[in-house]
Design a protein around this ligand. Structure first.
Ligand code: ATP
Ligand SMILES: Nc1ccn([C@@H]2O[C@H](COP(=O)(O)O)[C@@H](O)[C@H]2O)c(=O)n1
Ligand code: MG
Length: 240
C-alpha cells in the first residue's frame, strides 16, 4: 500500500476522492496507477508519491545479535533508511501516545506489541520518507507480525537478513550495552530469547523456504560481520 491514498485523496477534487474510496473498497487498494498522473505535482511540503514500491529489507536476529550495529554500516555504505521497529515503539512511549504505557509494559516483559500498531508505525515512517530503500530492523518478530504487514502494506520484502549469533554472545552483548534500555537486564533478556525461539525462528524459516533469506554468522568483529553483509547489497546495486 505505497499509494499514500489518504494524501492522494486530499489532493483531489471531492468527486474523484469519493471514487477513489469506492475503488479502494472494491479493489483492495491496488489502484495507484489509475490516479498517478493526477498527483504528479505534489502540494508544497508534501512528499511525491512513489512510482514503484520501495526496496524493503527485513533485518532479523536474536536480541543483541548486532542488527542495529550492522544496519548503521549498511546505511553508511548503501544509503538505506534504517527503521528499527523497537526504536519506533520506544518513540511512541516517549511521545506520550495513548498506547505508550501498554507498549512500555510489553517491552519490559519482552513481549510482542500488537502487530497492527507496529505495522502502522513502520508504514507511516516509510511513507514520510523520500528514500526508496529501507532496512526494517527487528521486524517481523512473529508470524502474526508478518501476516499483518502483508495484509496492511500488501507487499513482501525483497531481502531478509538473519544475524545468527550464539545465545551466550547475545546475552554478553546486551548486558554490556549500557544504553539505558529497560529491557537490557537478565530477566527480560531470558524472556526475549524465549520469544525469539518460539515466535521469530518460524518466520526466519518461512523466508528461508521462500529463498529470500541471507544468513550471516554474527560472531567476530563488527567489520568481519559486515564483510559478509556487503556483497549481498553490492549485488542488488549492480542489478538496479
Ligand atoms: N560484532 C560485535 N562484537 C561485539 N559487540 C558487538 C558486535 N556487534 C554489536 N555489538 C554490541 O552489542 C550490543 C548489541 O548490538 P545491537 O544493538 O546492534 O544489537 P541488536 O540486534 O540491535 O539488539 P536488540 O534486538 O536488542 O535491539 C551493542 O552494545 C553493540 O555495540
Ligand atoms: N516487531 C517488534 C519489534 C520490537 N518489539 C518490542 O520492542 C522490544 C525491543 O525491540 P528491539 O528490536 O529494539 O530489540 C522487543 O523486545 C518487543 O517488546 C515488538 O513488540 N515488535
Ligand atoms: Mg536493535
Amino acid at each position: 500500500m505505497w499509494r499514500r491514498t489518504t494524501l492522494l485523496s486530499s489532493l483531489m477534487p471531492s468527486s474523484k476522492a469519493s471514487l477513489l474510496h469506492q475503488m479502494q473498497a472494491a479493489y483492495g487498494l491496488k489502484i495507484w496507477g489509475a490516479f498517478s498522473t493526477e498527483v504528479l505535482k505534489p502540494a508544497k511540503g508534501r512528499i511525491p508519491p512513489r512510482e514503484k514500491p520501495p526496496f524493503i529489507t527485513f533485518v532479523l536476529g536474536g536480541p543483541g545479535s548486532g542488527k542495529g550495529t550492522q544496519c548503521a554500516k549498511i546505511v553508511e555504505t548503501f544509503g538505506f533508511t534504517h527503521l528499527s521497529a523497537g526504536d519506533l515503539l520506544r518513540k511512541e512511549i516517549s511521545s506520550n501516545s495513548e498506547n505508550g504505557a501498554m507498549i512500555l509494559n510489553m517491552i519490559k516483559e519482552g513481549k510482542i506489541v500488537p502487530s497492527d500498531m507496529t505495522v502502522k508505525l513502520i508504514q507511516r515512517a516509510i511513507e514520510s520518507s523520500e528514500n526508496d530503500k529501507f532496512l526494517i530492523d527487528g521486524f517481523p518478530r512473529s508470524e502474526e507480525n508478518r501476516q499483518t504487514y502483508e495484509r496492511i502494506v500488501g507487499e513482501e520484502p525483497n531481502v531478509v537478513l538473519f544475524f545468527d549469533c550464539p545465545e551466550e554472545e547475545m546475552v554478553k552483548r546486551v548486558l554490556s550495552r549500557n544504553q539505558g534500555r529497560v529491557d537490557d537486564n537478565i530477566d527480560t533478556m531470558r524472556k526475549r530469547l524465549e520469544v525469539f525461539t518460539s515466535l521469530n525462528l518460524p518466520v526466519i524459516n518461512y523466508y528461508s523456504e521462500k529463498g529470500k533469506l541471507y544468513k550471516i554468522r554474527a560472531v567476530g568483529t563488527e567489520d568481519e560481520i559486515f564483510e559478509q553483509v556487503h556483497p549481498i547489497f553490492a549485488a542488488f546495486e549492480v542489478l538496479k
